[in-house]
Design a protein around this ligand. Structure first.
Ligand code: UDX
Length: 447
C-alpha cells in the first residue's frame, strides 16, 4: 500500500521503517532538511536497537523514501500518517500547531480520497480539529475532495520500539468510517497474526485510550514510590512488599518497580496534558495531580539521601554517576531523573563524574562544556577519586559490577542506588554503606 508519514521523529521513523519492512511503499516527509539528508546517508537521529539496519535496508530497496517535499508526500499516500510532535505549551497542554499545520498541508495538496491517521499523542477532540482544518482549507481553495480521519495511537516503548511495532499488543483504531477501518486492517495485517489485535472504537475513545494507558502506568509507578517512602519510614523493605503484592495477578509484577522517578517523552508530558484537558472541561483530575506531584518529589530522593549523608554539605565533593538516560537502551535524556540530580548537585557545589553507555553525547549537547560535569569514557573511570557512587539508570552493565574495584577507587565505600539493583546484605558483606529507594540507608558497611 502507498503510505506517507509526516514527521520523522521517534514515532514516525519507527512506524515508517516497520511498514516498509513488510512491503509497503513509504514516503517520509519532514521540514528538517538536515535530518532528511542524514537519513539518506544512513545516519539515524536516535539510538534505538534494531532501527538502523531496518532503515538502511529499506531505504536501499527504495521502499522507504525521505523527503521535504510535502506535495509529493501527499500525492503519494492513500494513507497519510501525522506523526509530528505535540510539545507541551506553557501550561502543560499539548500544543497542536504542528499537527494542524500538517492537516492544512495535506488539504492543500490532495486531489483524491485520503485517509488521514493521527499517530501523535493528541488530546481528545484533536481528530475533530484536524477534520475541521482539512475541510476549511479545502473550502478556502474551492476543492471538493473526500477524506477520513482516524485516531490510531502508538504504544511503543523506547528501547523496544521496533519489536513493539512489529509485535503490537493491540492496534487501536478510532474511526467512524468502515472503509477507513478496512484499509487500516489491510495495512496492519502483517502485524495482526495469531489473534485479532485490532480494537475498533469511536475516535474520541481511541484518543483517550492512549492517555489512559500512559497515565495508568505512571500511576502504578508513583503509587509504588509512595509505598516505598512509607516502607522506609516504617522500617519495612519495599522489595519484599513489591514481591508480595505483585504475586496477586490483579496487581501483577510489571511497572511496580520503585525508583528515582519516571521520565521520558511520554509519561510526564501525557500526565500533565490530561490534567490540563480535564481542567478545560471543568474537572480536577486529583489522582493524576498526585501522580505528578509524587514523581516530582521522587526525582529529588537521591539528592536528599546524599545531602543527609554528607550533613548537607557536598561543596567540592566529586560524585560518580552511572546512568544518564531516563531508562536503559536509549540515549533519551528527556525528563531524566539524572538531570534533576545533577542540577541539584551543581547548585550545592559538587562535581559530577558521569558515565552512560549511550547518552553521553546527548548530555554534552544539553549541558555543553561545564567544569562541574566530567563525562568519563568508562564506568570504572567515572569512579576515579569520587566520594561516592550514584546509580540513576538500570543499564544491564551496572547490574554485576566489580565491587572490590569500586571500593578501591572511591574515597569511601558508599553507594546511592536509585534503581534498587543490589541486595543490601551482599553490600554489607562488601563493606559498603548502601542507600536504596524504599530501603533508605539499608545497610552500613561491615555491620
Ligand atoms: C511509555 C509507555 O510504556 C509506552 O507504552 C508509551 O507508548 C510511551 O510511554 P517509554 O516512555 O519508552 O514508554 O518508557 P517506559 O519503559 O514505559 O518507562 C517510563 C519511565 O518509567 C522510565 O523512567 C522508567 O525508569 C520508569 N519506570 C518504569 C519505573 O520507575 N518503574 C517501573 O516499574 C517501570
Amino acid at each position: 500500500m502507498k503510505v506517507t508519514v509526516f514527521g520523522i521523529g521517534y514515532v514516525g521513523l519507527v512506524q515508517a521503517a516497520v511498514l516498509a519492512e513488510v512491503g509497503h511503499d513509504v514516503v517520509c516527509i519532514d521540514v528538517d532538511q538536515a535530518k532528511v539528508d542524514n537519513l539518506k546517508q544512513g545516519k539515524i537521529p536516535i539510538y534505538e536497537p534494531g532501527l538502523t539496519p531496518l532503515v538502511t535496508s529499506n531505504f536501499e530497496s527504495g521502499r522507504l523514501v525521505f523527503s521535504t517535499d510535502a506535495a509529493q508526500g501527499v500525492k503519494h499516500g492513500e494513507l497519510i500518517f501525522i506523526a509530528v510532535g505535540t510539545p507541551p505549551d506553557e501550561d502543560g497542554s499539548a500544543d497542536l500547531k504542528y499537527v494542524l499545520a500538517v492537516a492544512e498541508t495535506i488539504a492543500q495538496h490532495m486531489d483524491n480520497h485520503k485517509i488521514i491517521i493521527n499517530k501523535s499523542t493528541v488530546p481528545v477532540g484533536t481528530a475533530d480539529k484536524v477534520k475541521a482544518k482539512v475541510s476549511d482549507t479545502l473550502a478556502s481553495i474551492k476543492k471538493e475532495v473526500s477524506f477520513d480521519v482516524v485516531s490510531n495511537p502508538e504504544f511503543l516503548k523506547e528501547g523496544a520500539a521496533v519489536t513493539d511495532c512489529m509485535r503490537p499488543d493491540r492496534i487501536i483504531l478510532g474511526t467512524d468510517s468502515k472503509k477507513a477501518e478496512e484499509k487500516l486492517r489491510e495495512l496492519y495485517s502483517p502485524f495482526n497474526r495469531n489473534h485479532d489485535k485490532v480494537i475498533t472504537m469511536d475516535i474520541r475513545s481511541a484518543e483517550l485510550t492512549k492517555y489512559a494507558a500512559n497515565c495508568m502506568l505512571a500511576t502504578k509507578i508513583s503509587f509504588m514510590n509512595e509505598i516505598a517512602n512509607l516502607a522506609e519510614l516504617f522500617g519495612a523493605d519495599i522489595e519484599h512488599v513489591r514481591h508480595g503484592i505483585g504475586s496477586d495477578p490483579r496487581i501483577g509484577y510489571q511497572f511496580i518497580y520503585p525508583g528515582c522517578g519516571y521520565g521520558g517523552s511520554c509519561f510526564p508530558k501525557d500526565v500533565q496534558a490530561l490534567i490540563r484537558s480535564a481542567t478545560k472541561v471543568g474537572y480536577t483530575a486529583q489522582v493524576l495531580e498526585s501522580v505528578e506531584a509524587v514523581n516530582y518529589k521522587q526525582k529529588e530522593k537521591l539528592f536528599e539521601y546524599i545531602m543527609s549523608h554528607f550533613d548537607n554539605d557536598v561543596k567540592g565533593k566529586t560524585i560518580a554517576l552511572w546512568g544518564l538516560s531516563f531508562k536503559p537502551n536509549t540515549d533519551d535524556m528527556r525528563e531524566a531523573s539524572s538531570r534533576v540530580l545533577m542540577e541539584k548537585l551543581w547548585d550545592a557545589g559538587a562535581i559530577v563524574q558521569a558515565y552512560d553507555p549511550e547518552a553521553m553525547e546527548e548530555t554534552q549537547r544539553i549541558y555543553g562544556d561545564k567544569d562541574e560535569l566530567r563525562l568519563m569514557g568508562t564506568k570504572e573511570s567515572a569512579l576515579n577519586g569520587a566520594d561516592c557512587l550514584v546509580i540513576c539508570t538500570e543499564w544491564q552493565v551496572f547490574r554485576a559490577p566489580d565491587f572490590e574495584l569500586i571500593k578501591s577507587k572511591l574515597a569511601q565505600p558508599l553507594i546511592f542506588d536509585g534503581r534498587n539493583l543490589f541486595e543490601p546484605k551482599r553490600m554489607a558483606e562488601y563493606g559498603f554503606d548502601y542507600y536504596a529507594i524504599g530501603r533508605g540507608l539499608s545497610v552500613k558497611g561491615n555491620q
